[in-house]
Write a protein that binds this ligand. Sequence first.
Ligand code: TYD
Length: 206
Amino acid sequence: MILKKNNAKFITLEGIDGAGKSTHLNWLAERLRSQGKNVLVTREPGGTPLGEALRELLLHQAMNLETEALLMFAARREHLDKVIIPALREGTWVISDRFTDASFAYQGGGRGLDESKLKILEQWVQQDLQPDLTLLFDVTLEVSRQRLSANASLDRFEQEKQDFFQRVREAYLKRAAQFPERIRVIDSGRTLNEIQVDLEDIVSSI
Ligand code: TYD
């Protein structure tokens, strides 16, 4: 267990591509800052110079499924070591655009990598460190597709077919059912205002 100064929290945002999490991420960071908290916003894969270089490869270079999972966790190890853990130790709240649930959803659910392998990597890379709160922005595939098609250049994941995203979505919902204390599912097919009312509730409860 790492010592978090001033009760700082580690919050992660998840969802299939096109679920709209980036919009909510900025809102959430501003909301917490307005309460006087120091907030660091970061992302995965990425968040460090090495992690961002790995992100470039992961999003654009074809590779073996296990290589993909190993590189996601290699980037995560660096991210934890250089950014996330030091920030929490100094009392800064950390909001990460994706974390390990994405590996279970995309490499596990989407690509079909054995969950037991992901669990080994998870244990190796983060030991008992888990997010304090995970917001899972959930939308139907139809909504996700509409939002993605507005975006001209799609990366290696965004180019995947419907059934891939269906499996990713199901894997995310399965994680949420497994960890109901940590993962809050947010129906993101609704209007921005409706979603923010929910987020406001969640923020005030932490
Ligand atoms: P994303 O976070 O959606 O960034 P952007 O909004 O800029 O497109 O892109 C990251 C992609 O990486 C996303 O498609 C999911 C994928 N990913 C994994 O497959 N496994 C992981 O462990 C992580 C963190 C991300």
